[in-house]
Design a protein around this ligand. Structure first.
Ligand code: DC
Length: 231
């Protein structure tokens, strides 16, 4: 049995999952796997090639000739497309929306699945996304689903973008988030939803530190029982 756990963190945009997953990974000395970056990398590639996100056959041909991989860098992973590190291009609102749209295509999910599973094969990972607990790591020892009220999630995204110097009207953020939520929850393949074993945390009104402590408490219980199993 492996010593280090797989911890999954799923939830909608603005639920705080990226921020807390990064902190959790650091506190546990685990690897942080940001699976949204993989979907964003595909969206970036499609956008750069001038391909429409609607043309499945063209996307299919494009991806067949593309190598997507993850490489360790510090506590996280960088995304490479045909040997080029594209990680720095992925955190825009346009790429986020496009990633949400193309992530509904079964072919794209099929291509990205083994890359994610390989990253978590040895355990010792905090894997963050939309289908970590339900599809990618259904045997993960600890599964979380973070949520927050829509108004708080919009506010958080607004603050995050402002802190990066990105000025986007509040109304546009609300509209884009609504569209992304709808696409991610309603798609047929791997829709956003909590695994039945997931611990659901409503982070509305909670500080980041409070969320992290609540999660660590649950992880520590699992770590203790996992090390008993190893004896
Ligand atoms: O977490 P994020 O904002 O970087 O993700 C961008 C989009 O990628 C998200 O709206 C839906 C898709 N995604 C997915 O379908 N499955 C994942 N495991 C992660 C992201």
């Amino acid at each position: 049995m492996k010593k280090d756990l797989i911890v999954t963190v799923d939830g909608p945009a603005g639920s705080g999952k990226s921020t807390v997953s990064k902190i959790l990974a650091k506190r546990l000395s685990y690897l942080y796997l940001d699976t949204g970056a993989l979907y964003r990398a595909v969206a970036y590639l499609i956008d750069r090639e001038g391909t429409s996100g609607n043309d499945e056959q063209v996307i299919h041909d494009l991806l067949k000739s593309t190598d997507i991989s993850l490489q360790k860098s510090g506590e996280g992973l960088q995304v490479y497309v045909n040997g080029e590190d594209v990680t720095g291009h992925l955190r825009t609102e346009e790429i986020g929306l496009m990633a949400s749209k193309i992530s509904a295509l079964p072919l794209i999910r099929e291509i990205l699945l083994p890359i994610q599973r390989k990253a978590g094969a040895k355990g010792g990972i905090v894997a963050e996304g939309r289908d970590m607990g339900t599809i990618v790591f259904p045997n993960a020892e600890v599964k979380f689903f973070l949520d927050a009220s829509e108004s708080e999630r919009i506010q958080r995204r607004f603050m995050e973008l402002s802190s990066r110097g990105v000025r986007i009207p509040y109304g546009n953020i609300a509209r884009d988030m609504g569209q992304r939520d709808h696409q991610d929850r309603e798609r047929e393949v791997a829709p956003l939803r909590p695994h039945e074993e997931a611990v659901i945390i409503d982070t509305s009104g909670m500080t980041i530190a409070e969320v992290v402590e609540a999660m660590l408490e649950i992880i520590n219980i699992s770590l203790a029982s996992n090390s008993l199993d190893l004896l």
